[in-house]
Design a protein around this ligand. Structure first.
Ligand code: PEP
Ligand code: MG
Length: 574
């Protein structure tokens, strides 16, 4: 038996033969040609064909109800219309190169532009450009790509998979996915999550000679066993059957209350990045949105989004999810999320630098644009506004003053606005330790355990090398969480958790025992978490320590609406 390790993207067990997926490798003619008009014509015909294919994939995914996936192909089709891209390819042709050469060079240059961006999300978009390049070359070389997947159900092993390759796969033949490359932000990873295939990426060592061999992909342990022994086969077959039974049972939890056996309720909300996630919130029966990372509205735009563009995005989410509470976090850029148009200085230590609310308080006009958009959107749903990276009470007061200034301006302009809840992220040890003072300023806290862990333990959350030292259950972090909940409740401030720890099933009972009011998690984690909550019985702790009672939440918001960013390849990111 051989074991290959990777990084888990989607949990689960897949059992079956391996099929190694090998797309064609083309040898491109480097010689110059004389009939430039003919090459331009071939290039344009290929663009038209690939664009038609992308539109067909869009229709197919829409019909299947996969709006997110459909959006990728819609964006691809638009990308093929991009003037910069087409001009740069045609320039190669005008120099006498073949259409194939022009596609390779022009599309590679565009991919390189994305690859060089600081932000991981944008970096991952280079794969979309490469995907289109390969489709163009398939057309220009007249390749037959129909049978790359084989004809029987298999665990697919690939170097990497482009979105159009992934979506073309026959799902009935796909047991699981393993790629040698890939990133957790790639569209393949996004597609794998939305399709729920057991998936590993960065399984660097798996070799092509595994093709046809029997294997078990055990995403729980982030590995694939090739030619496993009978003991493993029996154990993991049983685990797979358990998973299937659990998945079926989870669907029954839709519409059920998130309440413990002894009657303690907790609100289960979703974390989202924009309007594209509305459907996932609804499909997974989330009771609201505990964290809308509004920085994605900025990251998805080539230029700073205008007040109206922001208003449109917020309104769309609030309207689409009304009457649920939607908590929108004000722009949390800086650190790992950088944006060129913000022209932020390079910093030695950006996680400790000029980021999030620090930028907003120093760039008042920038901040006011977002606050005005949020206030206008509040007329269309139930809005909570949350300020990130707070360390001091004066910061919250200043945010509220600016918000008030915006409210007065909009009132004078005759704009409608709704009631709003105000909250802050508790994601620094300073905020957690000063929670008693901060609670007096706000309606709610939301514990950002990702940053709280990074700052409490001095462990860079971006670093893959610190795995050994990192402890997501570090007692210092757990103590800060518990004490923050208690401090919030002393001041009638409700407390949620929106960091990754909120979805950790091994902590659900503790969080409930400590009195957490809300858990905000990836939409896919809502139903499993509801199942956990419904299995908890807090009555056994009642004599030990009185669980801080979840206070009734303070007021809530009114009504908003939304749209999408534009710009160079902008729709790709929508
Ligand atoms: C957090 O820090 O836990 C959090 C939810 O915010 P982000 O992951 O966006 O920094
Ligand atoms: Mg954070």
């Amino acid at each position: 038996m051989q074991t290959f390790k990777g990084i888990k993207i989607v949990n689960g067990i897949a059992i079956g033969k391996i099929k190694v997926y090998k797309p064609a490798v083309y040898e491109i003619n480097e010689d110059l040609v004389s009939d430039i008009a003919a090459e331009v014509q071939r290039y344009e015909a290929a663009i038209a064909k690939v664009q038609a294919d992308q539109n067909a994939l869009y229709e197919k995914e829409m019909k299947a109800g996969h709006k997110d996936t459909a959006g990728i192909f819609e964006a691809h089709a638009m990308m093929l219309d991009d003037e910069d891209l087409n001009d740069s390819c045609k320039e190669f042709i005008s120099e006498g190169h073949t259409a194939e050469y022009a596609v390779r060079e022009g599309f590679e240059a565009a991919a390189e532009m994305f690859r060089n961006m600081d932000d991981e999300y944008f970096k991952a978009r280079s794969a979309d450009v490469i995907d289109l390049k390969n489709s163009m070359l398939d057309v220009l070389f007249g390749a037959d790509t129909a049978n790359l997947q084989g004809t029987e159900p298999a665990i697919l092993v690939a170097e990497d998979l482009a979105p159009s390759e992934t979506v073309k796969l026959d799902k009935s033949l796909l047991l699981g996915l393993v790629t040698r490359m890939g990133s957790s932000n790639s569209h393949t990873a996004i597609l794998a999550r939305s399709m729920n295939w057991p998936t590993l990426i960065q399984c660097h060592d798996i070799t092509d000679d595994c093709d046809g061999k029997f294997a078990i992909l055990d995403a729980y342990n982030a590995c694939i066993y090739v030619e496993p022994d009978q003991y493993l086969i029996d154990e993991l077959t049983a685990k797979q059957a358990e998973d299937k039974a659990r998945e079926a049972k989870l669907q029954l939890l839709k519409g059920q209350p998130s309440v413990t056996k002894d009657g303690r309720s907790v609100r289960l909300y979703a974390n989202i990045g924009g309007p594209k996630d509305i459907q996932a919130v609804l499909d997974n029966d989330a009771e609201g949105v505990g964290l809308f990372r509004s920085e994605f509205v900025y990251l998805n735009s080539k230029e700073e989004p205008t007040e109206d563009e922001q208003f449109a995005a917020y309104k769309k989410v609030l309207e689409g999810l009304a009457p649920r509470l939607v908590i929108i976090r004000t722009c949390d850029i800086g650190a790992d999320k950088t944006i060129d148009y913000m022209k932020l200085d390079k910093e030695e230590n950006p996680a400790l630098g000029f980021r999030a609310v620090r930028i907003c308080l120093n760039r008042r006009d920038f901040f006011k644009k977002q606050l005005r958009a949020l206030l206008r959107a509040s007329a269309f749903g139930k809005l909570g506004i949350m300020f990130p990276m707070i360390i001091s009470r004066w910061e919250v007061q200043e945010c509220k003053e600016i918000l008030e200034e915006c409210r007065n301006e909009l009132k004078a302009e005759g704009k409608a606005m709704g009631e709003i809840e105000i909250g802050i992220m508790i994601e620094t040890p300073a905020a957690a330790l000063c929670a008693d003072e901060l609670a007096q300023e706000v309606d709610f806290f939301s514990l950002g355990t990702n940053d709280l862990t990074q700052y409490t333990c001095a462990i860079d959350r971006q670093s893959a090398n610190l795995e050994r030292f990192s402890d997501t259950h570090h007692p210092a972090v757990l103590r800060l969480i518990r004490e923050t909940i208690e401090a919030g409740h002393r001041h009638n401030t409700w407390v949620g958790i929106c960091g990754e720890l909120g979805a950790d099933p091994t902590l659900t009972e503790d969080f409930l025992k400590w009195g957490v009011d809300e858990l905000s998690v990836n939409p896919k984690s809502i139903l499993p978490l509801r199942g956990n909550v419904r299995n908890v019985d807090l009555s056994k702790f009642k004599t030990e320590s009185p669980a801080p009672k979840a206070e009734e939440p303070k007021p809530e918001p009114a009504k908003p609406k939304a749209e999408k960013p534009k710009g160079f390849f902008g729709r790709l990111f929508s």
